[in-house]
Design a protein. Structure first.
Length: 179
């Protein structure tokens, strides 16, 4: 008895159809994944600003004589026998790489009423600069539209503000955000 030869497998047309379907699904899913990543980066930036606000409050009450640190690195310095005021990842978040797609910077307030509170040498963690009466923290996306679209900022009042696609000026003018 003679057996007929059977061809098993997929035809080229069937494979092309499967590849086209996978391509369509990928084209639909990728923008959603990018938006999810941006949302995650923005949530991390808000958390970082919140952590810096908490660190500034602890610094002012225990180390800065009622004044605030105006550099990320100064908040990351531990006082004798204590813990740093912010985590090590925030200590370097003002440098090139940032943190979770955002550049997080602590700086001197641009407010005309800002003043020196305590000399750097008198702070309990030997800060590099004197403590100030006010501070400004900004969180800016490293690549607008890819790592995030919103800019975040806060100051000595501890309210976190945001703006879509526009950098928030130092000092924060509250009337800009009230509509």
């Amino acid at each position: 008895m003679k057996r007929l030869k059977q061809n098993e497998g997929f035809t080229l047309i069937e494979l092309l159809i499967v590849v086209a379907i996978i391509g369509i699904i990928a084209a639909i899913a990728v923008p959603g994944l990018l938006r999810a990543r941006q949302s995650g980066n923005e949530a991390s930036a808000i958390g970082s600003v919140r952590a810096i606000n908490s660190g500034e409050t602890a610094y002012a009450s225990s180390c800065g004589g009622g004044g605030y640190a105006i550099k990320n690195a100064d908040l990351a310095l531990a006082p004798a026998g204590g813990a740093p005021f912010i985590s090590p990842d925030l200590a370097t978040a003002d440098a090139g790489g940032g943190k979770s797609g955002y550049l997080i910077t602590v700086e001197k307030s641009g407010d005309a009423n800002d003043r020196v509170v305590l000399a750097a040498a008198q702070t309990c963690n030997a800060s590099s600069v004197p403590s100030q009466a006010m501070y400004f923290v900004g969180a800016d996306p490293l690549t607008i539209g890819q790592t995030g679209t919103r800019f975040f900022a806060s100051d000595h009042r501890s309210t976190i503000y945001y703006a879509n696609g526009v950098n928030i000026a130092n000092p924060i003018v509250i009337t800009t955000f009230i509509q």
